[in-house]
Structure formats: C-alpha cells, structure tokens
Design a protein around this ligand. Structure first.
Ligand code: ZN
Length: 66
C-alpha cells in the first residue's frame, strides 16, 4: 500500500515539474506517430508555431499573470 502512494506521489511530482515541457513532448510524439492528422488539424488551425503559443499559455499560468 505504501508503494502505491509513493508511486502516485512520484507521478504527480514529475508531472508538475515537467508541465512546461509537456507541449514539446506531446508535439514530438504527435509528429512521430500521428503526423498527417496532426498537420491537418493542429497545424492547420494554429499554424506552424502552435507549440510556442501553448508554451506561452502554460508559462502565464505558472507565473500567475493573465
Ligand atoms: Zn506540431
């Protein structure tokens, strides 16, 4: 039981610590595995620099600015 709580805490901690990197990781995975659908949906709607926009939103959330 203690190990499960430890794993949940470790997963939560790493998710919070790597939250600013998540747009880059998800974009890399999308470009590798779902390239055509990613290009035809996300890049079509948000442009070539969609990761920059998502990263900017997360940095504003983390800093508390609006
Ligand atoms: Zn992309």
């Amino acid at each position: 039981m203690k190990k499960i709580l430890l794993y949940i805490f470790l997963f939560t901690y790493t998710t919070i610590m790597f939250k600013p990197l998540l747009p880059y990781i998800t974009d890399t995975v999308a470009h590798i595995f779902w390239y055509s659908s990613h290009i035809s949906t996300v890049h079509y709607e948000n442009g070539q620099y969609h990761v920059h926009i998502e990263s900017g939103k997360i940095s504003k959330e983390c800093s508390g600015k609006k």
